[in-house]
Ligand binder design. Structure first.
Ligand SMILES: [Zn+2]
Length: 94
């Protein structure tokens, strides 16, 4: 029955890997990365998947985004996943 443990172990490692890859954010400035990391992972996913695109007139997913801090708030600038137009998302820190 020892062999049965391998599958369970592998699954838990994969689940662990996913948030780690979210942490690698090379396009963020250092202050922006620090601020981003204070946001829980599930909230971050929701923020990224709920960005308003003016061209699509709809909520979209932001891709190829960069992060900067502007006036204490986190500003994400990237591309719309649907039309590849410029989109931005301001995340107010309070
Ligand atoms: Zn769009």
């Amino acid at each position: 029955m020892q062999g049965g443990c391998t599958g369970i172990l592998r699954t838990s490692i994969l689940q662990y890997d996913f948030p780690m890859t979210v942490e690698s954010i090379p396009n963020f400035t250092e202050p922006a990365a620090k601020l981003w990391k204070t946001i829980p992972a599930d909230i971050r996913q929701r923020l990224l998947a709920n960005v308003w695109c003016g061209q699509c007139s709809d909520a979209t997913i932001i891709t190829n985004f960069t992060g900067v801090v502007r006036k204490g708030d986190l500003l994400l600038v990237g591309k719309c996943a649907q039309c590849h137009g410029d989109v931005a998302r301001l995340i107010e820190s309070n």
